[in-house]
Design a binder for this molecule. Sequence first.
Ligand code: PEP
Length: 270
Amino acid sequence: MRPVVIAANWKMHTTPADAGELAATIAARTRIEAPVERVICPPFVCLAAVRDALSGTGVAVGAQNVHHELGGAYTGEISAPMLAGLASWVIVGHSERRRDAGETDELIGRKLRRAVEAGLRPIVCVGEQLDEREAGRAEAVVRGQVHGILTAFGDATIGDVAADLGESGVVIAYEPVWAIGTGRNATGADAAAMADTIRAAIAATGLVDLGAAVPVLYGGSVTAANIGEFLAEPGIDGALVGGASLKPDEMAGIVARAGLTAAARAGGAG
Ligand code: PEP
């Protein structure tokens, strides 16, 4: 059974002075019995404060990015080994990094490999632009992203890739770019269709088991009011939440709804 995951992407918000308190508040407001994996991804400089604040709460800490090299002359960058003891998850390939830092599928695949090698659980982001959806190319674009990322990841043989990725606990986040931070979300049905596409694209690279087992999250203007539409889809396993993840009330509502899904799925109710 796939886990239900709610991951918070705080983007470039909070400081080391206030991040711990917000993280602790969210942890307290989202404490539930059901097996929902909660992850908070603050800015790099807030990782230590958030780690300390979340100690013993069951909420994991994630980074928002990682460099594709282990070390060297890369001013301002953070490598996977540097995250040891600070984070157990990492987001790779967020569309804001594709947009602002020119990240390509090839680069994202190399970041993914560094994350897996370092034992970090990756959240790999894919998603189409608005013009691509309007042109009827959304599924082809996302298929291409999955293929490009896994090809770059798998500099080794397909067999090795399956072993590494399968054991990494990798999660895919389907994030249509036009829905991120816009208040405009995809429909549950569109997200579910894309989750099928993503799983098929992974399987098509030879990673058949991973294609079936990988959790797929939806991301794009998720709130407590609309999370139910996505989690009602059996193929959607949670959410990557941006703006709403800075609001404890919203996170409480989102995780509570995820708890209903996790409990129902654990009980075999879909
Ligand atoms: C995100 O940052 O990944 C995201 C989905 O943002 P928002 O929820 O604000 O659209």
